[in-house]
Design a protein around this ligand. Structure first.
Ligand code: FAD
Length: 431
């Protein structure tokens, strides 16, 4: 589709940051990890002022507006086939004040950039597990990472955010300024304006004990039970993720236990964990936290079917459903231990409400659902309290309905109406 509106004003206001189909960098801007879009314009602002200019331009010309930061949206929310795509990746400054531990992060930065900037100061921020994931999308959904039990969610360490509203107005938000919007930004999943700066409070983080132990997956239920029992007694400074992988490329099914121990290593009681089954490989070692974040290697355009549920209790019946999920041979199942600092924040303090969950279970179907895996998932999800918005491969009303309890959803709607009257929808699109 050819755009029939003049863009001279925009090109004059945002130097070398307005791209049309055929321009160098256009395709790179329009392609995310999960999709290749064809927007009418890709706009790459460098400042908050340029973001506000682009938002007002889109609004003035009734152009749908989509926001992109790290481009890792599993639901494919950050590219489109029409309208204006706001690519925030040039807003990637990270400014650290070691005295106050305040960290100001541009709305388009990635977690790898943040971790590298904090490392020399002996600081860290609990975030995701992948360096190339954006601070924007991950934080707006909550942010579950390798230090979640010790330091909570990414949003639990957020102390302020600068937002360009759908009307192009610049707001500073915090617990004291526009507190309703600040509440909604912490887990509401986006669609509340463009966040041009996130202000976090970092924690002192020394080297961590981190790595993966790969076990033969001979008896899933026994292994799952032993992991659950160990995690229930573990200190908050230990966070683990147990991945159960089906047979693939000639190798049998395996269980991969990822672990991150922050702080004191003495008395962490890891031995039973390291002996959950027959060990095939292990790379557990002491390393800087910045080295822990994986480099993501994902072919653009690949979009797995991903579901998840927060379980308030990983009881024996739930474990039996998880074990059944592994039987079809085409599902990767992942269990994240929660609790600790995440659970100490009241459920209504932020828009992320799943505070009392013991575990987050995620299932990725590699070859579509078998009847058996679909039934096992339904049985498991019936015991859950809802889903993590950032791990859903679908978006829209159905996703919001499973991700947010009714009271949270209602509050989010009120905030959206207040700040985005004609506004940004969940996917960041102006009508
Ligand atoms: C390989 C991989 C690993 C992951 N690991 C984790 C993990 O360990 N923990 C975890 O919690 N999640 C994880 N996730 C999920 C991740 O949190 C979401 O996919 C998230 O949306 C990615 O953020 P992004 O900025 O990269 O994405 P984008 O696709 O750029 O953005 C996602 C959504 O957020 C909006 N958005 C982003 N930035 C802004 C902004 N500044 N202002 C307004 N709206 C904005 C976009 O418009 C879009 O709707 C992972 C995802 C992948 C693909």
């Amino acid at each position: 589709m050819t755009l029939h509106i003049p863009v001279d004003y925009l090109t004059a206001s945002i130097a070398d940051g307005v791209l049309r189909p055929g321009d160098p960098w256009y395709t790179e801007g329009a392609t995310t990890m999960t999709g290749e879009g064809s927007p009418d314009l890709v706009v790459r602002p460098r400042t908050t002022h340029e973001v506000a200019t682009a938002v007002r331009f889109a609004r003035g010309h009734r152009l749908p507006l989509t926001v992109r930061a790290g481009g890792h949206s599993i639901a494919g929310l950050s590219t489109v086939d029409r309208g204006l795509l706001l690519d925030l990746r040039r807003l990637d400054d990270v400014a650290v004040d070691p005295g106050t531990r305040r960290v100001r992060v541009g709305g388009g930065a990635t977690w790898g950039t943040v971790a590298r900037a904090l490392q020399p100061h002996g600081l860290g921020l609990t975030a995701g597990d992948t360096a190339s994931v954006g601070v924007g999308g991950l934080t707006l959904g909550g942010g579950i990472g390798w230090m979640v039990r010790r330091h909570g969610l990414a949003v639990d360490n957020l102390v302020g955010a600068q937002v360009v509203t759908a009307a192009g107005e610049v707001l500073e938000t915090s617990a004291d300024a526009h507190p309703d919007l600040f509440w909604a930004l912490r887990g509401g999943g986006g669609g509340l304006g463009v966040v041009t700066r996130f202000d976090f409070r970092a924690e002192p983080v020394d080297d961590v004990l981190f790595g993966t132990v790969t076990f033969a997956l001979e008896d899933p239920l026994t292994l799952l039970t032993a992991w659950r029992d160990h995690q229930r007694a573990a200190a908050d400074r230990l966070t683990t993720v147990l991945n159960l992988l089906p047979p693939m490329e000639g190798r049998p099914a395996v269980a991969m236990l990822g672990l991150c121990l922050v702080g004191e290593r003495e008395g962490a009681g890891l031995d039973p964990l390291l002996a959950l089954g027959t060990v095939l490989r292990s790379d557990v070692a002491v390393r800087p936290y910045a080295d822990v974040l994986a480099e993501g290697h994902h072919a653009p355009g690949g979009r797995p079917t991903m579901r998840n549920t927060f379980l308030p209790e990983l009881d024996d019946a739930a474990l039996a459903h998880v074990a059944r999920l592994t039987e079809g041979g085409a599902t990767v199942v992942s269990l994240r231990a929660l609790g600790g600092a995440l659970a100490r924040v009241p459920a209504d303090a932020t828009a992320f409400a799943h505070r009392s969950a013991e575990t987050l279970v995620t299932a990725i179907s590699l070859a579509g659902d078998t009847v058996g895996s679909a039934c096992a998932w339904a049985d498991l999800a019936a015991r859950g309290t809802g889903s993590y918005v950032n791990f859903l491969s679908v978006a829209g009303e159905h996703a919001d309905a499973v991700a947010y309890p009714a009271r949270t959803r209602q509050r989010l709607e009120q905030v959206r109406e207040r700040y985005a009257a004609a506004g940004l929808s969940r996917a960041g699109v102006l009508p």
